[in-house]
Write a new protein. Structure first.
Length: 593
């Protein structure tokens, strides 16, 4: 199969993002003399404007950054915690068995803005006004609205009008649903950011001081005041069918700061593979690699019956461990070293048979027993919708799929950054009046069980699905990549990585190859469903492979030929800078020279 696009190659800089305007805005920063981190911030802020159905200023972002001059990798955590008032008992007293997926009750501290500012302050070189300029220009002057964004607004129109009226000036600005491809603007958000910049420039001090003033305006200034004032008196209906108040306060925002953390990593085939800590699902990627170490890499990289079966069964085991053990390591003990050990991976590999597993099978790392999801906390399994986790399709599909964005950058100095922004979706909850954006509903990823590692407890970070990736070789060459897709992220990117690292494909060909994932793992989003044994394959897979997998007991669901994944990737290999972007969904692009 010929790639749909060429793999980009150059020596100056590369940006790959899930929207072409974000990629172009990031590249503009490189052209002005900025580095990869400046470019990532500009691109990330533009994504909040042009993909409002996939992320926003009220959302979150984990970032993995490699600074070439120091050969150092750092994670910046932009996952805001649950409000201090959050508790399992509080929601159970409301008659709930799950945290709702929409409304005000699942709102957490919005971490994205703080994390982008932290990256700019500690790793960037440009002024905050420069990197915010493209986002403000698109918010104020408009851009061509994606058809999927328009479809999301259309699907939510009645809810916006009836239940969340504060959102109508933002997403129904002319009184009706905007058309896909029409020019769309968010002048309320543009005004918010313009005021943030004005407050940052008022006073003495240098670049870093101005960036910190931006954070203060957001978390301890007028933005926090607007959020607190709105939530103090607002109720909104949510997925439970009832109206609830939010728990988030101004104090929650004021106390929070983005954190700088060491990455979680393993050595694989001479490469060091970096992910976030177990407050995210990123280590699932590493666990899958560990489990599969005993198998032939070429088989794993292939679209054969054996390759797809092994990768799928390894994913089931790793994701079961995610649900049983992952949580905020500042609050719960996560046996991450044991989970990532070669010995544990070998034990888990021995559990894979020729037949598809239909069970949730967490392991037992060390002496720690697994937390098992109580059946009463789950939605009915097996017969629910076959959602792929992708954004809404104007021609059909789930109009309110929760989804995500991606941006990856490499510059001429060898710096690399991978970031996966999400949350604050237009269909997640009402906009904060006067600010132009809604809040994140990431609290839905917590369980109403105090013994759960990801319990709904104040101050803890929800165990997010967001999962950027950064891989380094010993000579400084490297790769940054990621994808939207919720629980599918560390399945789609694993397939991409195996095809690139072991299958002999270049970045674009590895992205273009037929993709697959399992919806066997317990879903991270409300209503927390699972579909035991279900395996989604793009129609481009060989029919004989589909039949062979069905013979092994997989419930094979054939999806449209170009529907599973939205991978973005950049790299530095043998003196060249490379980039590629997924043709699926017709909006991700790479740019560079």
């Amino acid at each position: 199969m010929s790639p749909t696009r060429p793999e980009l190659a150059g020596t100056f800089g590369m940006v790959s993002a899930t929207h072409w305007l974000a990629a172009a805005s990031g590249m503009a920063m490189l052209e002005r003399g900025g580095n990869a981190f400046d470019a990532a911030v500009a691109a990330g802020l533009v994504l909040q404007v042009v993909e409002p159905h996939l992320n926003g200023p009220g959302g979150e972002v984990p970032i993995i950054a490699y600074r070439a001059a120091e050969a150092s990798v750092q994670v910046i955590c932009g996952q805001g915690p649950l409000p201090a008032a959050a508790s399992v008992a509080r929601l159970k007293d409301l008659g709930l068995s799950q945290v709702p997926g929409t409304g005000l009750l699942p709102a957490v501290v919005p971490g994205a803005f703080g994390a982008w500012m932290a990256l700019l302050e500690s790793h960037g070189t440009m002024e905050v006004a420069e990197v915010m300029e493209p986002a403000i220009a698109y918010a104020g002057g408009g851009f061509r609205l994606l058809p999927r964004a328009a479809a999301t607004i259309a699907a939510c129109e009645q809810q916006l009008r009836t239940d969340w009226p504060s959102s109508t000036p933002v997403f129904l600005p002319a009184g009706g649903v905007p058309a896909g491809g029409a020019r769309f603007a968010n002048p309320i958000l543009a005004a918010t950011w313009t005021r943030v910049l004005a407050e940052s420039a008022a006073g003495s001090g240098g670049r870093e001081t101005r960036i910190r003033r931006c954070r203060d305006a957001f978390y301890r200034g007028f933005v926090a005041e607007a959020i607190e004032g709105f939530l103090a008196g607002a109720e909104a209906p949510d997925d439970s069918g009832d109206r609830h108040r939010g728990l988030l306060t101004g104090d929650d925002l004021a106390r929070w700061e983005p954190s700088y953390e060491a990455p979680t990593w393993i050595e694989h085939a001479g490469l060091r593979v970096h992910k976030t800590g177990p407050w995210g699902q990123g280590p699932v990627f590493l666990q899958q690699l560990r489990i599969l170490e005993g198998k032939d890499p070429a088989t794993l990289a292939s679209a054969s019956v054996e390759g797809v079966h092994l990768v799928t069964e390894a994913a089931k085991l790793a994701f079961a461990d995610r649900d049983a053990f992952y949580g905020d390591p500042e609050h719960v003990e996560v046996p991450i070293d044991e989970l990532l050990s070669p010995a544990y991976g070998a034990r888990r590999l021995a559990e894979i048979t020729e037949a598809a597993s239909l069970e949730q099978r967490p392991g037992r790392p060390g002496s720690k027993p697994p937390w098992l999801v109580p059946a009463e906390l789950l939605a009915a399994t097996g017969d629910g919708p076959r959602s792929t986790g992708m954004p809404p399709d104007p021609t059909g599909g789930d109009p309110i799929s929760r989804d995500t964005c991606q941006v990856d950058v490499v510059d001429r100095h060898g710096n690399l950054v991978s970031a996966t922004p999400s949350g604050g979706w237009l269909h997640g909850g009402p906009c904060v009046p006067g600010l132009g954006f809604p809040l994140s509903t990431r609290g839905q990823m917590c369980w109403l069980d105090e013994s759960a590692p990801a319990a709904f407890v104040g101050g803890r970070r929800p165990r997010t699905t967001l999962s950027p990736s950064l891989v380094l070789a010993g000579d400084g060459d490297g790769l940054a990549f990621g994808t939207p897709g919720g629980d599918q992220q560390d399945q789609w990117t694993l397939g991409f990585f195996l095809r690139f690292a072991h299958g002999g494909l270049d970045l674009q060909a590895a992205i273009d190859a037929p993709s697959h994932h399992s919806s066997h793992p317990i879903g991270s989003f409300h209503p927390r469903s699972s579909h035991p044994g279900r395996l989604h394959l793009e129609a481009r897979h060989d029919p004989a492979v589909r039949a062979g997998l069905a013979e092994r007991g997989h419930e094979v669901v054939v999806e449209p030929g170009w529907s599973l994944g939205r991978v973005c990737a950049v790299g530095r290999l043998r003196g060249e800078l490379l980039a590629a972007a997924d043709p699926r969904q017709d909006q991700a692009y790479a740019v560079g020279r």
